[in-house]
Design a protein around this ligand. Sequence first.
Ligand code: C2E
Ligand code: MG
Ligand code: MG
Length: 745
Amino acid sequence: MEPSRNKNSREPYINLFFGVLIPLGLFALYSAIKGLRFETPPPGLIILFVVTVFFGSILRFQLPRTKIHLTISDALIFLSLLLYGGSVAIILGTLEAGFTAMMLRRQGVRMSWKTVSINVLIATISVFASSTAVIAVFGPPELLMGEAVTSQLIMILSVMAFSQFAVNSVLVSVWVSIKNSETLWRVWNEYCFNALVMFLCGALMAGIATKAIYQMDYYMFIAVAVFFGLVYLTYNRYVQDVKSTAAEAQEAERKRAEDAEQHVRELEHYVHELQKSTEALRESREKFRHAAYHDHLTNLPNRAHFIGKITELIDKRSKEDHHRFAVMFLDLDRFKTLNESLGHSVGDRLITHVAARLSNIITHKGVVGRFGGDEFAILLNGVDGEIDTLELAERVRRQIAEPFSVDGRQLFTNASIGIAFGDKRYVTAEELLRDADIAMYHAKTSLSGITVFDPNMHARAVQLLELETDLRVAVKRKQFELFYQPIVTLSDGRIKGFEALVRWPHPSRGLISPADFIPLAETTGLIVPITRQLLRDACIQVKKWQEMTDEPFEVSVNLSGKHFEHPNLVEQVKEVVEQTKITPSSLKLEITESAVMDNAETAISTLKQIRETGIRVSIDDFGTGYSSLSYLHRFPIDTLKIDRSFVNTMEEGSENGEIVRIILALARALKLDVIAEGIESIHEFHQLRILGCEYGQGYMFSRPLQAKDIERMILGELPWRNALAEAGFGMVSHDTALTQLKWTQ
Ligand code: C2E
Ligand code: MG
Ligand code: MG
């Protein structure tokens, strides 16, 4: 709406301007036509007309680095003024302006007929003003040119150019200012310099051409015109070159800018990618760091993390003497068995539950970590004293002893806890952890399940480590030897069988008794290969003796509680029986009461499988394992072995005598055999017989002997060294002893 309103508001001014121009222009044109003097125009004039009208505005060029366009038409109109007078110049100016406007319209420039007319009128009036000024000052110029000296010519040219400039610039400025609604002064100011240069150049060219025409002959003028034509073409070419070079340079610049922008974009992209990958790298580094210092199952700090933390505290303690801290080392009892019997995923879940329970107890008091398997550690920073730490350990043990619900099943476990306090003697974290670990091993065999480290333990641990190394060698080299202790029928003194008891002839320490290495063999798992080897040896040995004597000797082999939990136990025993071809009923496995009671339900199933093979089972050390009577009758067993401790302290009317009597009554009720262990005196022997005990073994009859000695004994070559002999019967043979025994009845 706005532009059209503007246009409408300008229209009257335009019309007014047009209305002023029309009479002026028509008057100029009328006076020009009236002033024409010749009947037939000379050929030079015709050429000038043609060139001016048709080519004048085409032959134009721009002054380099300016907006000024010089056309040859101005020069030609001036030239016509100088050579043929004002009338010719005015008509020529009018025609040239009209033709140029038409050309522009044909080329597509939007121009109304009013605008075309105004352009033509301004041109007519300007040339009219210019010719009128020259004639008024100098008289008709065409008459002066023949004699005009250069200074006069310059004057004429100046008047001509300035008068044309004045009228033309004013009229054009008025017209543009009306059309564009701009101030007259602004338009004139912008336009005037260009117009002045245009007209001055035109006048100069016209002056030079006039001078040339009058001072040179016709051919010379043509040559000069050709020369100027060439100069013009060369100049035009040069300008075009400059333009195209500038355009190329501009294009190259634009391309460079585009390239630079593209590079910037690419660079931004790379920077972004780099930032992303740096971020990803940082995250993955963080993940790796976390994984390196945490346990993947429980997400608790791991050993490496703990070492770092303890090292920090050791450093702190070296600066602040009073600062105290402690490390608790925890191990779950029977975890391996649970893991193997219920599967590793249940084991893993149990570990996760234990971790959560520990974290709940410890909270801010310290750091809980997992070192793998069923091993946990707790770092307590700033502990008050040993009593507080022990109380906390007690709480931990009580909480861990509470049942865990895993997969709808209730699982029970206990924690053994070793504690080491971070005192001055510790320089490295590893030393402190090592000592907490040693204390934990002691805790496993202690009643409370909690042990605080003391330096003697370390020495023992070192010994134990040496022993473990030797034990591994002994297993590889099959260095173990079985001793056999006869089991005697108390009623007739006959040898019913033998208990196989292991000895380790250590290359430097001599004969090591089982009490000194079986626990170690159990914790290291070496007990399994050792027992399998001993089982085989014992079966081969006893089968040999059976064949030598035709006696149905039995052999009892001790089975460790740890081995009893082994999932392949039954297959292993069966394999030995098949390989050695011993009658299964000749083999008896001795399992301690505590081993079967620890996990009664599993024990019952294992015992059943053993009994199904024909192999028999004894409960060893009976009376020490707090057997639950409700279980006892369910155990598929053959024999109870009364522990030596009851036999040794058995006196008439004593408490232990009563226990032996009850065990015998119980065995009778459950239809079990009974073997009394550790019969050392004739008194014990008598008492057991009176109480109705069927079988016995002990030093009174024989100490455990090497196989070769047993062999001599059963073949009657070895005198039977026993309590009867010590009581004054001298060294007697096997048969004599039996006679003696019978005699004592
Ligand atoms: P145990 O199975 O209760 O074996 C009986 C222990 O009492 C044997 O000790 C034997 O020498 C000892 N003994 C027998 N009669 C008397 C006596 O009249 N007086 C005294 N003071 N002791 C007597 P040993 O051979 O030192 O074995 C100790 C324990 O080591 C065994 O107790 C058994 O639990 C374990 N053991 C022995 N051999 C093996 C084995 O091959 N495998 C396993 N797993 N354990 C074994
Ligand atoms: Mg035994
Ligand atoms: Mg025993």
